[in-house]
Ligand binder design. Structure first.
Ligand code: SF4
Length: 345
């Protein structure tokens, strides 16, 4: 089991439930806009939010946001240790910084001390796209071994300051590379792991890559907190992360929708119905299974485990509960009837 850190009120590692993170695409200086996005992320189920803090103005905005944010905030900092100190002072719940990139050991110590005093953990975020030259020369390209070696070299700098309240990410845009890196690291260390595939692309391919990389590792028991990166609204990242956790069997809250792929027996617009059901229930927290099946021949039987479901007929459909048909309805009434039943569960 990994060690445990605390990010605001969220426990990460040490057997705590795997948490969901996202990153805002607003500037911290736009306090109103950032707060709007934070609220939307929180409503979608995000538990930890990260913001870029590229300069002192951003650090001021970050501090202001810390006082009003509904979520614990992580300051994302590159190179400048003074920004890390300002973020720590401003109320950061975590700081993402790579100690090897901030200069002298004294600066690393200052950051480590500031974080320790306030019990702020640090995330070391190794990224295949920004590995240091020495490792690139040694390994030729950003291999899994290179990512792991980089993570350990940053960790050693914090450990030299007596700082162990750290979590680690080793992201790559290559799913096999990031998976190999996390597996290798977890064999050698018990620091908690923040999982992510980076630069995944737009929503469809990004979700596929993240489901493979993050989901694959979670199924192996590796990973303590996750961030799905998508070139899309950050709220979509949270929905994708929730789906990955559900598919990995790590979340029971929220509706599990099963739907058939349709075939020549389907006589209703099942694809449209399934996406309307998914949309209508995306914020429902009940730990239930809802089936949307194309026909009564196989539908109720195949979805026997569902709490409630619909199966299509000839321009109509059946509402079924635990595999038993309870009502025959015209197509247009299927969705309202299903939602009404879910409401009563
Ligand atoms: Fe075809 Fe019916 Fe199976 Fe859907 S449930 S794939 S319609 S046989």
């Amino acid at each position: 089991m990994t060690r445990q850190i605390r990010v605001g009120g969220v426990l990460v590692g040490g057997g705590a439930p795997v948490s969901i993170q996202s990153m805002l695409n607003t500037r911290t200086t736009d306090v109103e806009g950032s707060l709007r996005q934070l609220r939307a992320l929180a409503a979608a189920g995000c538990q930890i939010a990260r913001l870029a803090v590229p300069d002192m103005d951003a650090a001021k905005g970050f501090a202001e946001l810390c006082t009003v944010s509904p979520l614990p905030l992580v300051a994302d900092i590159h190179f400048d240790y003074r920004l890390a100190l300002a973020a720590a002072e401003g109320g950061a719940a975590k700081i993402r910084i790579n100690p090897g990139n901030i200069g002298s050991p004294e600066r690393v110590r200052e950051v480590a001390d500031a974080c320790r005093e306030r019990r702020i953990p640090i995330r070391i975020g190794v990224n295949g796209g920004s590995l240091d030259k020495r490792l690139l020369e040694k390994y030729g390209h950003p291999t899994a071994e290179a990512l792991v070696e980089s993570a350990f070299s940053h960790l050693e700098l914090l450990e030299a300051c007596g700082f162990y309240d750290t979590c680690v990410s080793m992201k790559s845009s290559s799913v096999p590379t990031m998976m190999a890196a996390y597996r290798l690291f977890s064999e050698r260390s018990d620091y908690p792991l923040h999982l992510g595939v980076t630069e995944t692309g737009t929503e469809y391919m990004g979700t596929v890559k993240s489901a493979m990389g993050i989901g694959g590792l979670l199924c192996l028991g590796i990973g303590d907190t996750i961030r799905v990166s998508l070139t899309a609204d950050p709220v979509r990242e949270v929905y994708a992360a929730k789906a990955i956790l559900k598919a990995a069997g790590l979340r029971r809250d929220g509706v599990n929708i099963i739907a058939c792929p349709t075939c020549g027996r389907t006589r209703i617009d099942l694809i449209g119905l399934a996406s309307r059901v998914e949309d209508a229930l995306k914020d429902c927290k009940k730990p239930i299974t809802v089936a949307v099946m194309g026909c009564v021949v196989n539908g109720p039987g195949e979805a026997r485990e569902a709490d409630v479901g619909v199966a299509g007929g000839e321009d109509c459909g059946m509402l079924f509960v635990k595999g038993q048909i309870v009502k025959k309805l015209p197509y247009d009434e299927l969705l309202p009837a299903l939602l009404e039943y879910v409401d009563r569960l």
